[in-house]
Every structure is written in structure tokens, then in C-alpha cells.
Design a protein around this ligand. Sequence first.
Ligand code: SAH
Ligand code: SF4
Length: 360
Amino acid sequence: MNDTQTKPILVGYTRPELEALIASWEEKPFRARQLEKWIFEKAARRFEDMSDLSKLFRQKLQENALISPHEVIQTTTSSDGTTKFLIRLSDGQSVECVTIVQERRLTACVSSQVGCNVGCPFCATGLSGFRRNLTPAEIVDQFLLMQAAVNAGAFSEYTDNDRISNIVFMGMGEPLLNYDAVLKSIEILNRQVGIGIRRITISTSGVIPRIERLMQEPRDYSLAISLHSVNPSVRDELVPINKKYTVDELLKVTRRYTETTGRRVTFEYTMLEGYNSSLQDAEALAKAIKGIHCHVNLIAYNPVGSKFQAPPRAEILAFQNVLAQAGFPVTIRQNHGQDDMAACGQLRIQSAEIPLPTVI
Ligand code: SAH
Ligand code: SF4
């Protein structure tokens, strides 16, 4: 058995778990807080860098625990600073995560699964199939590895911000199909890393029973719904989970979510020429979401080698205009880093074909 199988992996430990671990080593409780500061606030990667811990305690940590077994195996940066990281996990699988630079603010886009079995045909992750769920440690560590890159000055050319302030679960995988691990990772990211709960967004293709469960949780999570069409047969094709959890039911539960939590939801709408981007589609969308406390985010399709195409810019603007006229806040998401394969899942697919050198 190697260390990864036997030693506790600290990046996945909640505060109470860390306190219990420290107590089991018969160390003073304040040690847990010290350790937490280094691992989660400072994104330290080595015990030897934890300068205010005694040498003896550092030695004990070295022998009995692992900060993390994960490593960055490739990074790709586009002209606006947006950077994709490919991370190798302890079993040799890999996941992607992205640091997005937007108006000098840093947002971490993280994955929740290796692959995805929802199978949306315009999504690189969906096209690659499903491997497994990620653990809380693997989710939290994507953030910490990216924050460590920020600390090392990787983004200094693009922003003077030295902290990642927002997190979106918009990388690989369907977060609500890995519910417990995602919620535990959010607890760690919120309480130990210190990211405000309102700055953490879960994006879902529409797993209705899990949205209902989320509503029962004591905390009000920010939700983004990947809608893409309100036409049942079109959505059946674009988001196959629609055959089980229909768009009509999804809109009903989303409405209840906003009413129960008092939170505004985001509707994500990937624009696919000839499928969902006409003026009639915009009118149907405006009608279907009328009265829901929401914001609409239009995303131009990012080519991933599927049969789809992005509509011309003018068509996207006309679509936006219909929604704006109907009174909805509506933005067009910039395709950050398009020049470097921004759509989720692409880096991993490419890396499966070509052995890649270590960059960081
Ligand atoms: N599984 C979740 C979260 C990850 S995908 C979900 O589907 O919501 C995050 C967003 O990126 C989703 O809205 C998804 O539809 C969109 N997306 C996936 N592939 C895309 C592509 N090639 N171009 C544009 N948007 C894409
Ligand atoms: Fe899965 Fe989301 Fe991609 Fe659909 S868009 S296949 S739900 S990751």
C-alpha cells in the first residue's frame, strides 16, 4: 500500500475532522487551526514551508499525513490570462479546472466528476463518457492548486488580485450527481478557505430530485440551470437528462427554488445555430421563464469537434435583445480563452492522445 491509500489526505478534511485528527495524535487543539491556515488559506503544498509549526510537529505530519497527492501536469494560458490546468489524480485519472480572469477578478471553474454520463452532444466532457466521481479532496484541491499558482505570480501580468474570489462548478461533470462530495467540498471552500457562500455557484443540467434536496439544506446555494432550450424535443436532444426530468418540471422546481431560497438563479443557454438560436426560440424562452427571479447567460457554442456551430454574433445579439425587451437581465458570456481550447473536457481528451510534459 502506498501513502495515498493509507495516510489521511488533508485537503479533504473539514474543520471538525481536522480537529479530531489532531486530537487523535494527542496534539493541542490550536494545532488544527494552524494547519488549517497553511493548507486552506495560504495554499501551502509542503509541511516544511509551515514556518510557525515546531520541527517535531512538522515531522509528525510528514510521517502521518499527506497534504495532497495531486499534481498539475499541464497548463495552457490564453491571451486574456484565463488558464486551464490539467490535474493528475492519485489513480492516474485527470481532470481540468480553469482560472478565469474577468475584469481583474479571479474565478475558479472546477470539475466535480471525471467525465459525465449526462451525455450532452455539444460538450467535450459529455462526449468522453463517465469514469468516476471526484472526492471532496479532489474538488477542493483544484482550487488550492490554482490559488498556489496565483501565489506564485502566474496571474500578476493580468490582475493585481492575489486571491481567487469566486468558484463555479462548471468544469467536467454534473455536480448534483456527486451531491455529497460537492456539498462537503463547498463546506471546506466556504469555512476553511473563506470563499463566501454567495460566491460559489453550482451549475446543473437539471437533476430535479437533487435540486429539491438542495432546497431543504440549511444553506442557500447559488444555482445555475443549463437550460439551452425550452422546446421539449430539442432539449431531449441537447440535454438528454430531459427525457427523465422534463423542462416543464425543471422550470417549476427552479421557480420554487428561487421562492424558497430568495436567491436569483442563472439560466445558462449555449447558443447552437439551427437548434435554439432563432428569434422564435428567444420569444419561447422569455415566455417560459416569465416571473422567475433570474439572470440569463448566453454562451456562444465553443467548438469541440461535434456537429454543432455557433450562430453569427448578430443572431446572438438579436436573441439577447428579445430577452432584454421582455425585462430579463441578460449577458453574453465571453468565450474566455477560446484560443486555447476553453470548453471543458478538451484538454483532457487531447492529453489522452499525446503524452504531455510537466509545466508547473
Ligand atoms: N454539468 C453541469 C456543469 C458543467 S458544464 C451543467 O451542464 O450545467 C457548464 C456549462 O458549460 C453548461 O451550461 C454547459 O452546457 C456548457 N457547455 C458545455 N460544453 C459547451 C460548449 N462546447 N460550448 C459552450 N458551452 C458549453
Ligand atoms: Fe455533463 Fe454538463 Fe457536459 Fe452535459 S454539459 S455532458 S451535464 S458536463
